[in-house]
Ligand binder design. Sequence first.
Ligand code: TYM
Length: 346
Amino acid sequence: KKRVLSGVQPTGSLHLGNYLGSISQWPKMQEEYDCSFCVVDLHSLTNMPKNTEVTKSLKENTLTAAAIYIASGVDPSTSNIFVQSHVKQHAELSWLLSCSLPLNWLERMIQYKDKTATAKEGEVGTGLLTYPALMAADILLYGAEVVPVGEDQRQHLELTRDIARRFNDLYCKGGPWKKKTKEYGIPSYPVFREPTAQIVKGGARIMSLSDGRNKMSKSDPNPNSCINILDSPDVIVQKIKAAKTDDIVGIFEDTSRPEANNLMSIYDITSQGDGEDVSNMSWGEFKPILATSVVEYLKPLQKRYEEVRNEEGYLEGVLKEGKENASVIAEETVRKVKIGMGFYLD
Ligand code: TYM
């Protein structure tokens, strides 16, 4: 079976973009692939939390994210669910990869360029730059070949491929590697597999409710811009009511109408083929229909979420077992990497 790995940062509430762009793909992949889903808590520090905003809720957000994975249909008896920081090889491999990763490969990442463009001096942490090396480590540690993500992660996946290829070429080719692997009794070339991004057709780029030209994002300061997976029906109704609109009657696709396009695609997905014809509706008619559709779509997930959180010790048990399973593979990979790089092994 091919391996799959994906993850979400527990930076705040997970939102509809995270769900439609990535998490909702995961349960369907469990049959065909050998899946690992990771709560990438180390990544949530990359925005350099200056105060306790991130850190005070990091633990709770990590548990919430893991529970959302399960509530979405990820089955812990089939897939491995774990927390990134529990498996120390993520940080270790990230360092090993960074040392053979040209700086300019990181500097050309769109997300890095976008986030630094508006930041003041001293506001950007080193982690924001090196973040894709950690993401590459997450994927390469487990030999994942398929990585279900939203559109905004495409470039990071391409970088991961480049990193994998470069590492294999530099350290795992030719005579010395063959000889060393023989010595240690491990299968030789290649150490890393080159992963590919699996990006859904609809939902790969859900936009903000307050500006249809920006993606829905956890870091948006306007809480009305995001529908969170765990928002109550009342909050969802109110956020959709407040969503930005235009003056045109009828909800239909038009390249010059980013808000209409976005809300219509959310409606298409959440109504699951059972939607009404909204092409002649006014915004006032459409919005309550959309709100009901989103509320109904999230309802089963929210119900299961409560069950998962209420079962004493269950989630903690899943994460403990997940850590143990992940560690076995992660250790083996780092060992191979270290052999390639010439380390004296313990
Ligand atoms: P993160 O936490 O920002 O987002 C998690 C997943 O949600 C997708 N996503 C979206 N999809 C559609 N519309 C949106 N508005 C939207 N916003 C976010 C993201 O593409 C992502 O798939 N670096 C990653 C996390 C990560 C990871 C990994 C992913 C770390 N290591 C290894 C896969 C494999 C991130 O920050 O995602």
